[in-house]
Design a protein around this ligand. Structure first.
Ligand SMILES: Nc1ncnc2c1ncn2[C@@H]1O[C@H](COP(=O)(O)OP(=O)(O)OP(=O)(O)O)[C@@H](O)[C@H]1O
Ligand SMILES: [Mg+2]
Length: 453
């Protein structure tokens, strides 16, 4: 059977096919949505004998070392165990966040253990790559580099070199000569990725593909790209902060709950051993308006500092600005405070922020939001070095929160002497903990306990 390549023009909005390009789709009437795509039509004589057969799942041959460790504890934590052989992982992130730095460090670490690693760059020259690699760490002989943007040539090199690990920086600058559409177009990105995946699976290697993100923060390229790859990682951070967070949005082999935390230093990305130290400031967190909440990211607890600023509103409409916390949740907490604590917040501007630029949506943050606002409103700081845990219901009751043991242990490790926690969590309080627990049932008790009478 022979494969014949045929191009077709397809509307990316409604999938209507056209034989030639046109500016507007007749079907859905969108402009500029028609893109060239390659379709493979199979022709010729079909072999009478079946080449592929279905097999029982128990008969699948498993390779002895089915994952390649990244030798980065934080990356392995996010991936589950490491890069699974035959898998393709997409790494997205804002420009300059450190995607190439992280990939080059991974390449060096994996190559140092004897694996053959191929780093393909379409964005930087070989000398630029070498200069960066020299700054990041030693360069093992099994680390190969290729500066190329032609996907057909890249695939030829992959087929001949048969590397264990391939890094492609980045998919948006690659173009396959089979297509006439421009570099970075949806069809190019999709076609290059699917061709790469085909060969990676064939060779049983792993690949890490770097992808740019669009202005609204999603991965550039069609949604279908997200279905093609096995793992999607996002590298994020605040431009003016040194720390970076690696998150997983899709993983065919492990949970997506874990995060990896790094710090950008001169020698590249360093793993953070005690993340809580990064997010709380020993000096400021005992000021009015501040509370410390132990949150859970995946299997790990870490402390974050929640700051609130409540000021008299100068203009008619009170201003509300919530950074890092879910705005619906925060508005709900403000309404609960007004009703149940009988405080007047209508004429006040309220600002909330999680120190360090962390973005969180867990319900365990509720009580922290209320206490930070109350602390700023009454201009009173917490009475002791006290951590705050609790989800708050609409009637002001404080609900139980999961994984209390981990949260308490983290507070204790960071030198906290006391903790406010839901009465309903009394039974989960670790017996060995030396920290003083204050159990609270209602937000009224919590405010009194936190700020004094
Ligand atoms: N000598 C250095 N010391 C410390 N940090 C550095 C140094 N050189 C570069 N950096 C950091 O590395 C970042 C650039 O990283 P990198 O090129 O890996 O980002 P990227 O995500 O690949 O960006 P792009 O999308 O543009 O390719 C810079 O923003 C800077 O913070
Ligand atoms: Mg880069």
């Amino acid at each position: 059977m022979t494969e014949k390549r045929k191009v077709q023009f397809i509307c990316q909005n409604c999938q209507a096919p056209y034989s030639r390009w046109q500016g507007k789709c007749d079907g859905c009437e969108t402009w500029n949505s028609i893109q060239e795509e390659v379709i493979l039509s199979k022709s010729g004589v079909r072999a009478t004998q079946l080449v592929k057969t279905a097999i029982p799942i128990s008969a699948v041959k498993v390779y002895p070392e089915e994952t390649i460790s990244s030798y980065f504890r934080e990356v392995d934590r996010v991936l589950g165990t490491g890069f699974v052989k035959g898998s393709v992982c997409l790494l997205g992130g804002e420009p300059g966040i450190g995607k190439s730095t992280l990939s080059l460090q991974l390449a060096q670490k994996i190559a140092a253990t004897g694996h053959k690693v191929l780093y393909i760059s379409g964005e930087e020259s070989a000398s630029q790559l070498f200069l960066r690699a020299k700054r990041l760490g030693p360069n093992p002989p099994s680390l190969l580099i290729l500066v190329e943007t032609d996907m057909a040539d890249i695939l030829t090199v992959i087929r001949t070199e048969k590397p264990d690990f391939v890094i492609l920086d980045s998919i948006q600058v690659m173009a396959h000569p089979d297509l006439t559409s421009p570099t970075g177009s949806i069809s190019q990105v999709r076609y290059c990725t699917s061709e790469l995946i085909k060969w990676i699976k064939e060779l049983g290697s792993c690949a890490l593909v770097i992808g740019h993100i669009t202005k609204d923060g999603s991965l550039a390229g069609p949604k279908v790209l997200e279905h093609l790859v096995d793992v999607i990682l996002f590298f994020e951070g605040e431009p003016n902060q040194q720390y970076r967070i690696l998150r997983c949005f899709k993983n065919r082999y492990a949970s997506t709950a874990e995060i990896g935390i790094f710090q950008m230093v001169a020698s590249g990305l360093a793993e953070i051993l005690k993340p809580s130290e990064l997010f709380i400031d020993e000096v400021t967190f005992q000021n009015p308006g501040s509370s410390i909440v132990p949150i859970l990211e995946g299997n790990r607890a870490l402390l974050v500092e929640l700051q609130a600023l409540v000021v008299e509103s100068g203009y008619g409409m009170a201003k509300r600005s919530f950074l890092g916390v879910d705005s619906n949740r925060a508005s709900l907490m403000i309404a609960t405070m007004e009703k149940l604590l009988r405080v007047k917040l209508g004429g006040k501007d309220i600002f909330l922020n999680i120190v360090g630029g962390f973005k969180l949506s867990e319900p365990g943050l509720d009580l922290g939001i209320i206490l930070s606002i109350a602390s700023s409103l009454f201009e009173k700081s917490m009475t002791a070095k006290i951590g705050v845990i609790g989800e708050v219901g609409l009637t002001g009751e404080i609900r139980a929160v999961g994984n209390i043991e981990k949260r308490i242990t983290e507070l204790q490790n960071m030198g906290f002497s006391a903790c406010l926690l839901p009465e309903k969590n009394r039974k989960n309080f670790p017996a060995k903990a030396t920290i003083q627990p204050y159990y609270v049932n209602h937000i009224r008790d919590a405010v009194t306990r936190f700020l004094g009478e």
